[in-house]
Design a protein around this ligand. Structure first.
Ligand code: HEM
Length: 194
């Protein structure tokens, strides 16, 4: 997650970099001095073990590094957008069209952050499922791959059906609510009062 290759005291927090597997170092690194030692050991000069210390027995650095930054970045973006939207609604005339469009564009932001976070732990924790207790090899299932593919396909089909049912119910209810009120109605893409 941190992209720290060398064991060091007073390690910098890497904000941005391109971790390079071949040279075992970061390219284009932008970092804040000593901050990583502080938040990982609660001591500005605390020692952090570098990735190199583990020889070739470490997870792939790039995917974990990027997934972590995607998760945190999207999380920050969600905070910024929601705070800005609240500010507009409270102190301005209301939600602007641009902000409304950004909110719609961010519909799946939570999902992106969640899947990224999951990548961080699932790729980064290997080969342990529970550190020091259970290795992935010990816990790997003996169920044939074909069975797993079949149950995955069944889950996907079921969830696709549930999702489309959910979306059509939401649309049905929204149309019904608008029809019985004087709320603005959407006619040929234009907002107008009935
Ligand atoms: C905004 C700043 C965020 C920080 C600093 C942060 C930090 C972390 C860290 C350190 C981990 C690894 C934990 C571990 O090793 O056990 C993690 C995992 C995870 N994060 Fe984030 N996160 C942030 C935002 C988010 C957001 C916005 C979401 C989803 C909406 C999210 C979803 C997850 C998930 C699903 C995991 C995996 C949990 C697991 O498999 O045990 N995170 N996060």
């Amino acid at each position: 997650m941190e992209g720290i290759w060398e064991t060091q005291k007073g390690a910098a927090a890497v904000l941005f970099a391109v971790p390079d597997r071949a040279s075992q170092s970061n390219l284009y690194e932008v970092s804040i001095p000593r901050l990583a030692s502080f938040y990982l050991t609660h001591d500005w000069n605390g020692e952090i073990k570098g990735i190199k210390e583990f020889g070739d027995k470490h997870p792939p650095v790039g995917p974990v590094f990027w997934a972590f930054r995607t998760m945190v970045g999207v999380g920050m973006l969600m905070l910024a957008v929601s705070w800005f939207a609240s500010y507009e609604m409270k102190f301005k005339k209301g939600l602007s069209r641009t902000t409304a469009k950004i909110l719609v564009a961010m519909t799946f932001a939570g999902w992106v952050a969640l899947v990224s976070g999951w990548y961080v732990t699932e790729i980064g924790r290997q080969p342990w499922l529970v550190q020091g207790v259970l290795t992935t090899a010990q816990a790997a299932s003996k169920v044939p791959a074909g069975n797993i593919a079949l149950s995955l396909a069944m889950y996907l089909t079921l969830y696709a059906a549930l999702l489309s049912a959910y979306v059509s119910v939401v649309f049905y209810l929204a149309k019904k609510a608008v029809a019985g009120s004087d709320a603005p109605q959407l006619k040929a893409g234009v907002l107008s009062h009935a």
